[in-house]
Design a protein around this ligand. Sequence first.
Ligand SMILES: [Ca+2]
Ligand SMILES: [Ca+2]
Length: 445
Amino acid sequence: MKDTTPPVVTISVASPVEATGPSGAAVTYAATATDAVSGSLIPTCAPASGSTFALGTTTITCSATDTAGNTGSASATVVVEDKTAPTLSLPANITAVATSASGAVVTYAVSATDPDNDTATLTISCSPASGSTFPAGVTTVTCTASDPAGNTSTGSFQVAVVDFSMGPISPVTVPVGGTASTSVTVNSVSGFDSAVALSASGAPAGVSVTFNPTSVTPTSGGSASSTLAVHLSPMVTPTTFTLTVTGTFEGVSHTSTASVTVTVSSPAIADVVGQLQLAGCIDNAGVANALTAKLTAEQGAIGGGNTKTAINILSAFTDQVRAQTGKHITADCAMVLMTDARSLIDGLAVSATPNPITGSVRTASGSGVAGAILTLKDTAGTTVATATTDITGFYFFATTGLLTPGATYTVTVTVPVGFTAASAAGQTFTWPGGAEVALADFTTA
Ligand SMILES: [Ca+2]
Ligand SMILES: [Ca+2]
C-alpha cells in the first residue's frame, strides 16, 4: 500500500514579542513533524529559530518530507513589537537674567534614547522651544519624545528668568580734601539672589570711588546695600559731577547715578593745607601755619557774624598764597588753594567785594620779617587798627568796614628788636572802599 499522506508539521511560537534592540528581537520557536509511516521527522524552517526577527511581522515557514516523498508544511507569524517609550534627558532647572523688559532668550539641550530605536528615528519637541524669549518669572518647559511606533514619554523642567535693579542713590556732599559716603542698593526682581559686582565711572581726576563690599547679594525678593565712598585728593577744588554706578551679573548690567558736590569750608581748606604740606608742595611749616591761622581767624569771624571780615581774611589768605607761589608753594598747589578760597568767598556773599589792606615787611634781600607791628591811622593821627606780620612778613587789615571811603589813611611799621627802622616810615593812601589795597613792601635791614 502506497504512502500518500504528508507529514504533519507543527510550529509552536509566542507572538507578539517585545523588541530588544533596533534590529528587532531574537525569536526562538519549536517546530515538529510527524508522519504516520515515517514517524517523527525533523522539519526544515526559515528563518531559523534563534535568529533576529525585524520589527513588524515575520512569517516562519517549516516543511518536512517523509520517506515516500510527501512534503508537509506549516507557517506561523511572529510580530516583533516596539512597546518601549524613549527615555528623555532633560536639563536641570535653568536660571537666567533678564536682558530686556520682555525677559531673556534661553537656550537648552534635550536628548532622548530608546532601547529599540536608533536615536535619529526619535522625535523630540519642547514648548516653549529652546531659543525662545522667556518672560520674567518661572516658566515650565514640557518636552515629549516619540519613537516611530508612537510610544511617547513626557518630562518637564523650569526656566526662571530673574533680574535685579539699582535703587536711587542719595546725593553726596564731600568737603575739599575729604571723604564722604552714601549707600548703593541692589534689589532682587523675580527671585534674583546672586552676587552683583559694583563699579563706578564718571569720577574726575583726583577723585577715587570705593565700594564696601565690592559686590552684594540680595535675598530673593529682598535687597542688599554697599557703602559708596568718594575720596578726594587735596588737588580737587569745589565742583559737581555725576557718578554712574553699575551693577553687573553675568554680563547683565543696570545703573544708577549719584550726584556729588565738592564743598569748601575753612576747616576743609586747612585740611587741604595740611595734606599739601605732607605732599611737599608746601615746603615750609611756618608758611603752612600762617595759612591755617588765617583760616582759623576766618572761622572766628564767621562765628561772630562778621562776613565782611571773613571775606577780607580769605582775600588776605589768597594774597599770601599768591606771594608764596613758586617760593614755598608750588604753582599748581597755590592754584588749588586760591581756587578753594575764592569758592569760599563766593559762598559767603556773592555780591561782596573783598577789600582788605595787605602788604609785607621784608629785609633788603627779600626775606620776610615776622613780628613787625603795622599801625593804621586816620588823618587826625588816631589809630584805627593794628596788624602783625606773620613768618613770611605778610600782614593784613581785615576789618576795613570802619574806614571811610575817600578819606586818607597812613600805615606805619614798628620793626622787631634787631632790625633797623623801616623804609618808608609810613605809606599814605586814599581808601577806595570797594577795592583791595595792596601796599608796597616796607624794607628794613
Ligand atoms: Ca506520510
Ligand atoms: Ca521604542
